[in-house]
Design a protein around this ligand. Structure first.
Ligand code: 9MR
Length: 353
């Protein structure tokens, strides 16, 4: 596989044409995002962020809602297994921080295909029911009155959009059955929270978006207490203009609140040869992000639930963690030092269009 950066290095003339560095240096001006957002403006948070004064200042200025990035998932809450108390310490801290700062909390996430397999390995029937039902009831019950909403089920659709994912939950309760059961148990545990179904690539992969909406339709017909649609919006900046708007409009036809739940937009083109300049790539990113903000702002007011980014600063992003990070991607609205990226201006401009 040819690395794009290696290719650019080998073509000095092309690299010299790239004026992204000067564009990046020019200060970008963007208003505090929560002040222009037509709905609560959110970010994900890890408990450790509360100890970072620069993060806290940026969050106070820009956001009015928080989604725990991973400490409210099974991987943390049930990390000690079923014979130990659930761990609520870190998310309790996040909830206290939110309350002290007048921010709402969006719960994320109760049932996810990618987690909990270890907890139910070898179980079936009544034992399986006990683990599943107890987890949803205890966790949603613990945060009753403290969260505005929940991603009850996360990422139920396969990547190719062919149908429902096969997982430990679906093998016990059926493809739609585990989703129905999770929503019913969550509703019983916290009747006031708005209950969401959440997934990714819904705008990037139209086939997957359509399959997700077919699931929404089936669930509603079955009487499921599904009350909101979460579209993560980890955007592929290369999708054609209009595709994001089409998905948001299609999703809106159910009349349910819509949460743009995890927006980020990587500038990388993974492993593909790409001769575009960084400037062109940035224009694609801001174009698609602005389109999403416009489409969201165009929704009827009662359907604008919240608009959340998956991190404030580029360096906070899950896309910037690990060995493969080259330190260059800029998938979020703020730089490492908290200055606005072009993406912040694109969001504000879309909201104000
Ligand atoms: O950004 C999250 C990362 O810190 C966690 O390690 C990971 C596993 O819990 O989840 C990441 O967030 C994911 C989110 O929960 C669901 N949609 C995709 C997000 C990025 O992978």
């Amino acid at each position: 596989m040819i690395d794009r950066r290696a290719l650019l290095a080998a073509v000095p003339a092309l690299a010299a044409c790239d004026r992204f560095a000067s564009a990046q240096d020019a200060p970008i001006s963007a208003p505090p995002l929560k002040s222009v957002s037509p709905a609560p403006f959110g970010t994900c948070i890890q408990a450790g962020h509360i100890d970072d004064p620069a993060w806290v200042a940026l969050a106070r200025a820009n956001v009015s809602q928080l989604t725990p990035e991973w400490e409210m998932k099974m991987e943390y809450i049930a990390a000690d297994g079923l014979n130990a108390p659930y761990r609520f310490d870190r998310t309790d801290r996040i909830v206290d921080f939110a309350q002290a700062n007048g921010m709402a909390v969006h719960g994320h996430t109760l049932i996810w295909y990618s987690q909990g397999g270890d907890l139910v390995a070898g179980l079936s029937g009544a034992e399986f029911d006990r683990v599943f039902d107890d987890y949803v009831a205890t966790v949603a019950g613990h945060y009753r009155g403290k969260v505005r909403s929940w991603d009850v089920v996360n990422e139920p659709i396969t990547d190719d959009g062919e149908g429902m994912r096969d997982c430990h939950w679906s093998r016990e309760y059926g493809a739609d059955g585990y989703v129905l059961r999770a929503f019913e148990k969550a509703k019983a545990a916290d009747p006031e929270a708005v209950l969401f179904l959440n997934d990714y690539n819904l705008e990037n992969t139209p086939r997957k978006g359509a399959e997700f909406l077919r699931l929404v339709e089936r669930l509603l017909k079955a009487g499921c207490p599904l009350e909101g649609i979460g579209t993560q919006a980890h955007l592929d900046i290369e999708i054609p203009p209009g595709q994001i708007t089409s998905f948001i409009r299609e999703a809106a036809r159910f009349g349910l609140p819509i949460h743009v739940s995890e927006l980020d937009a990587s500038l990388r083109s993974e492993g593909r040869i790409d001769l575009r300049s960084d400037r062109e790539r940035l224009a694609q990113q801001t174009g698609r992000v602005r389109e999403l903000a416009v489409a969201f702002a165009d929704l009827p007011e009662r359907q604008r639930f919240a608009f959340s980014i998956w991190g404030l600063r580029d360096t906070d992003s899950w896309l910037r963690q690990g060995d493969k990070d080259d330190g260059k991607d800029s998938p979020l609205p703020f730089t490492a030092s908290g200055a606005a990226n072009p993406m912040a201006a694109a969001i504000a401009s879309g909201f104000q269009a």
